[in-house]
Design a protein around this ligand. Structure first.
Ligand code: PHE
Ligand code: NA
Length: 503
């Protein structure tokens, strides 16, 4: 379009929006349990190594590509690819497809959190939270396909979609940035209140001991290192187009690495803070039941949030307020991540079809909403969600990161140019070390992770689910990503993206 490209109002707006994207469900429900299961306090070492050798370096790479070639993922990669840009463009569409898939189920979890925010008020789940979740609320059946709507999920899901579409349609500055400027401080204050309350619960210290006691022998286990790298990837929202797209809306003279460090450390701080809050709360639970901490179950993900936490909230003095803080935080953290994922898709469609940001937001939001509602407000939802999530993150995102690194730095040899670009205006300079991390260390480690994971999925399957089910929802999702990448690339640009001078 002939309109000037949208932009953030300034550096602070960008930083808040990027923190909003990074801080999500991964911080609250994934990090604490993953750390606990992978060496406790000792996990902080692989975690920091992963952050410094892959997380931050790839974050910088995303920023450099998005800012220098200022476009959605497909446009930016195409421009980067020059004469062979079509090949590179398909990487962008692969990332767009990942975001599209994630958007459809991420919304479902935000919708559940919203429901549970309300359920907290009267402890609606009664004294059987597990039965309530799977039976009354989600009405989960056997692994299969059901298209019967579950009204209790449908209504919050539609609400989340309507709000998300409205924010997206508002544009980068007036929609996304404005929401984050309000949401992030609110999230920090609310979550701090929760953590402080948790620290005063009986038994809190048992939980903190469980989380932070280092099990040094874990460092010898490759699985622990893989867990650290995959946590960092998911947590920083890198390598699937989000940070690239957000960085494309920065002004010409922008410090790229300085804010990058702020965002990365803010995200990690929030993770550790969540670890403290969640484990203090779990310590209380073990104490209440008079059992050892190691007998607790369901310490991550859906189990932690929608099975364990409701049970704890029921036993706690002032439980309803605590429940509202927890599910409110989950909903806000999830929502600000959701709009970042949707923006990746919306920006790509906007540029390819040469339509206005608003039109793209409405189309993309509308289509995603319909699919999301059809799939995840039915009894099919919970199980499929788990499988789709696993394949997108463990296969799709990791593959995307490897391909980006190899194609950008080895095939197109853009390392020197991007280093120069990062350093031109940034406060924190990068050099050879950065290049070695993004071009060598990250792809090697990630390839190992990918191969190990794929073998495991093929040999052992996943969560005891039937093979046909994993074929449809797991490998089917992966196939969808590949096909979508091809189709996206084959469609004609309404206005060529190639007439362009990099910044
Ligand atoms: N980074 C987010 C988190 O930690 C996860 C996320 C996933 C964000 C997908 C955007 C898209 O939860
Ligand atoms: Na995160």
């Amino acid at each position: 379009s002939t309109l000037p490209r949208e932009s953030w109002t300034g550096q602070v707006g960008f930083i808040l929006a990027a923190i909003g994207s990074a801080v999500g469900l991964g911080n609250i429900w994934r990090f604490p349990g993953v750390a606990y299961e992978n060496g406790g306090g000792a996990f902080l070492i692989p975690y920091l190594v992963a952050l410094l050798t892959a997380g931050i370096p790839i974050l910088f790479l995303d920023y450099a590509i998005g800012h220098r070639f200022r476009g959605s993922a497909p446009a930016a990669f195409r421009r980067l690819g020059g004469r062979f840009g079509r090949w590179a463009e398909s990487i962008g569409w692969f990332q767009v497809a990942i975001c599209f898939v994630i958007a459809t189920y991420y919304t479902a979890i935000i919708a559940w959190a919203l429901s549970y925010f309300v359920f907290s008020i009267d402890l609606r789940w009664g004294d059987d939270p597990v039965g309530f979740l799977t039976g009354e609320y989600l009405q989960v059946g056997e692994p299969g396909l059901s298209f019967e709507f579950v009204p209790g999920v449908l209504i919050p899901l539609v609400i989340v979609w309507l709000v998300a579409i409205a924010v997206l349609a508002g544009g980068v500055a007036k929609g996304i940035e404005r929401v984050n400027v309000i949401a992030i401080p609110l999230l920090v204050v609310g979550f701090l209140a929760l953590v402080i309350r948790a620290l005063f619960l009986d038994g809190a210290s048992t939980g903190l001991d469980a989380l932070f006691t280092p099990h040094w022998e874990a460092l010898a286990d490759p699985g622990v290192w893989v867990a650290a790298y995959s946590q960092i990837f998911f947590s920083l929202s890198i390598a699937f187009g989000i940070m690239l797209t957000y960085s494309s809306y920065r002004r010409r003279r922008s410090n790229l690495t300085g804010p990058g460090l702020v965002i990365a450390f803010a995200n990690s701080s929030f993770e550790v803070l969540a670890g403290i809050g969640v484990f203090a709360t779990l310590g209380f639970f073990a104490f209440q039941q008079g059992i050892g901490f190691d007998q607790l179950e369901n310490l991550t993900g859906v189990g932690l949030s929608f099975m364990t936490f409701p049970a704890i909230v029921s036993q706690m003095p002032g439980g309803p307020v605590f429940g509202m803080l927890f599910f409110g935080a989950l909903a806000i953290a999830g929502f600000t991540s959701l709009i970042s994922i949707l923006q990746v898709v919306s920006a790509a469609v906007q540029e390819k079809a040469s339509i206005s940001p608003r039109a793209a937001a409405l189309w993309v939001g509308g289509v995603c909403a319909v699919i999301s509602v059809l799939l995840f407000s039915t009894a099919t939802g919970l199980l499929a969600l788990d499988v789709i999530d696993s394949w997108t993150n463990n296969v799709g995102v990791v593959l995307s990161a490897i391909v980006v690194s190899i194609v950008v730095l080895w095939v197109y040899r853009r390392g020197r140019e991007l280093t120069y670009h990062l350093n031109a205006l940034s406060t924190f300079k990068v050099g050879r070390t950065w290049f070695v991390f993004v071009a060598v260390v990250a792809p090697v480690v990630l390839s190992y992770m990918l191969v190990a994971r794929v073998i495991e999925l093929i040999v052992e399957g996943y969560a005891d689910m039937p093979g046909w089910y994993l074929g449809v929802f797991g490998w089917g999702t992966f196939l969808f990503l590949v096909v979508a990448a091809l189709i996206g690339t084959l469609i004609k640009w309404r206005r060529s993206p190639d007439d362009f001078t990099p910044w």
